[in-house]
Design a binder for this molecule. Sequence first.
Ligand code: XUL
Ligand code: CO
Length: 438
Amino acid sequence: MSKQYFPKIGNIQFEGPGTKNPLAFQHYNPGELVEGKSMKEHLRFAVVYWHTMRGTGGDMFGWGTAERPWNAGEGTVKDAVARAHAMFEFTSKVGAPYYCWHDRDVAPHGKTLTESNKNFDAVGKELKKLQKDTGIKLLWGTAQNFVHPRYMHGAATSCSADVFCYAAAQVKKAMEWTHELGGEGYTFWGGREGYSTLLNTDLPREMDHLAEFMHMAVDYKKKLGFAGPFYIEPKPKEPTKHQYDSDAAACLNFLREYGLLEHFKLNIETNHATLAGHSMQHELEVAAAAGALGSIDANMGDMLLGWDTDQFPTDLYLTSQVMLTVLKHGGFTTGGTNFDAKVRRESHTLEDLFYAHIAGMDAFARGLKIAAKVRADGRLADFVKTRYRSWDSGIGAKIEAGKATFADCERHALKIGEVTDLESGRQERLEALFNEFI
Ligand code: XUL
Ligand code: CO
């Protein structure tokens, strides 16, 4: 590698719990086996281009604070190529096997679509080379269809057919590069696919347009021969007041209604779940119940702030619950644990990028180990199984098999006279049981 952006930092190593070295892992030990599979394979960590490379620490009230030498240039393709080197140096040193991008994170906007495509091609070639040199792979790509002013009314759901076409062209190109770089999936996050007021919005028409857009993407995926799944990433609001992809259930309903479900899975993000008034675990279970648990954007929000703070996930209760659900449903296949997270404005140094990723990776490694211990112990799963035992035989089994009628249920209810043997849900006891493993 040419210029080093982090010359004082080497590859982050596992040193085990209790190490006093802040630039080492206490729990993430890539080769360590958990339930017969390595931590690296279970967790499939990814670094995001947008926050980690392009984040400035700026907010509505203040300029950027972050020390990021690779953002000092004029925004040229040459700068973007140099930044790609910084990205791969960082990702290699922190030991994440994957990365994710939006098209316009990696290459600058051009004055025309032709120019933007040219920029993207130039940087794309460099990414391909860097992937080959480092072994780092693309978890998923996506198109940034929300930053440019042309997307003020939305992209696929814009009132303008011209904007729809522009967005389609951008997704087409982003899919081509995702495919070329061997991406394992492709994500759609509807940044402005929603509305600010219904007074100016034809909601059913916009939903139809969104579905048409997705059908075109499915057709193009087949044409390209791209085998990876599409993901939709639910989020209820911000930047719009109401987004169409508001939560897992809304996304699944949309996909079913328009005959798209077989082509999509969901990419569930913690802070989006909580903005929707759900827990991350709830969203994961809803996705998994539909066979659509694809990938996760690993971060966490702040319950006292009402927006998407995208903090690094350091809450062990959260990471343990997430990994318990992920393991229960068979683990990731094409998906992974993508740190869609940004360091705080005050954490402005280059070292903070390492501390943040190490904190998140260690918290997920611990979550994985805790979840595996809860599963090996078996008491939690046994409790749930026993709780539903009335469905394993008799009338319960008949209902589950779809062979019972209302008359059968009535006959059963008349026979028992009253329900007298309901047991405790034991929530507090189970919370204590879970805590035994934290
Ligand atoms: C925005 C967000 C996006 C998506 C990709 O809240 O999460 O960065 O992950 O477009
Ligand atoms: Co995200």
